[in-house]
Design a protein around this ligand. Structure first.
Ligand code: FAD
Length: 285
């Protein structure tokens, strides 16, 4: 059994890839090269983020359209509700539906600087989307608890609300403490959440940037990880291998724990995600 591949043990593994709208011509080229490579792994879907309050939803839409036209992949735009009225959201959803988009990642989005009380939560957005069309909807989940949540339990009940409103799966915030994901998954089951809790895998190559990111999002960066990257601030080449090795170990454990769906935060680069998929047995057909 030791020689059995993870794919043989687990059967079908589904992957999805997340991209973001590039901000210049060079990054745009990188994005399309990455999509071109990752499409060969036949992802279940790919998604493109939309920065809440950025006013750049059109860029997300045009990349989604480009992916659909060029690759035929199921392409899901991220949509946030914090920066739009219900009327606008219905309009956007209708527009997406009319252009053949059937999958959406439904989010609230971060509060703008200065805070305030949100007009809508993601659960309201899921309900609104379902009233426009029978979209396949992914929502966000937080194994280490969303920073604004009153408690872990309240956050879990919020996730249940999103699923009860019609969401088809949850994608987690990135994490490095595999135990926290596994405990969270158990708590989801105990709460009656019966959809896949898809782990969001972030292959890390820029550790400094990660530390900033993690602090903002309530994600714990374990001590062993800091040690792994220690001394590599000026060595991007080695950092890449270290990051790949960490992510490969993570997906191996998750896979042995029965996880069959993986979502990759690609940061628009194919290399690491592709290699990690390969070790999972996800290969071009
Ligand atoms: P919600 O599910 O609405 O939850 C937000 C907070 O409110 C939680 O703390 C929840 O417990 C609490 N809450 C919910 N309902 C209530 C209630 N009735 N009363 C009081 N509290 C309540 N951001 C972007 O801007 N663009 C993106 O493309 C994007 N993509 C993402 C993809 C993934 C997979 C993930 C995990 C996050 C993404 N984000 C994105 C970040 C996300 O927008 C933020 O984390 C945001 O702060 C919360 O969004 P949510 O959909 O989880 O909100």
């Amino acid at each position: 059994a030791l020689n059995q591949s993870l794919a043989e043990i687990n059967g079908q593994i589904n992957v999805s890839f997340e991209f973001f709208p590039p901000s210049n011509v060079e990054m745009e080229q990188t994005l399309w090269q990455s999509i071109d490579r990752l499409k060969n792994l036949k992802p279940k879907f790919v998604s493109v983020t939309y920065g809440a309050n950025s006013g750049e939803r059109d860029r997300t839409h045009s990349i989604i359209k480009g992916i659909k036209d060029k690759t035929g992949l199921d392409a899901a735009p991220h949509l946030t509700c914090i920066d739009a009225t219900p009327e606008q959201l219905r309009e956007i959803a209708k527009d997406y539906w009319d252009s053949g988009i059937r999958s959406i990642v439904a989010l609230r989005g971060d509060l703008p600087a200065g805070g305030g009380k949100p007009n809508m939560y993601a659960s309201d957005l899921v309900e609104l989307l379902k009233s426009v069309g029978d979209f396949d909807i992914s929502v966000a989940a937080y194994p280490e608890v969303h920073p604004e949540a009153k408690s872990a339990q309240a956050d879990l009940i919020n996730l249940k609300k999103k699923i009860d409103a019609g969401a088809n799966r949850a994608i987690t915030q990135f994490f490095f403490d595999v135990e926290s994901y596994l405990r969270f998954r158990d708590r989801c089951v105990a709460t009656g959440i019966d959809v896949e809790i898809v782990p969001g895998i972030l292959p890390v190559s820029n550790f400094k940037q990660l530390q900033r990111f993690a602090a903002m999002t309530n994600v714990r960066v374990p001590q062993w990880m800091s040690q792994m990257f220690s001394g590599l601030d000026d060595d991007p080449e080695t950092r890449k291998f270290v990051g790949a090795s960490i992510a490969m170990d993570m997906v191996k454990i998750l896979s042995r724990e029965g996880v069959k769906d993986f979502h990759f935060y690609t940061l628009n680069r194919a290399e690491l995600s592709y290699a990690i998929c390969h070790t999972l047995g996800v290969r071009p057909v």
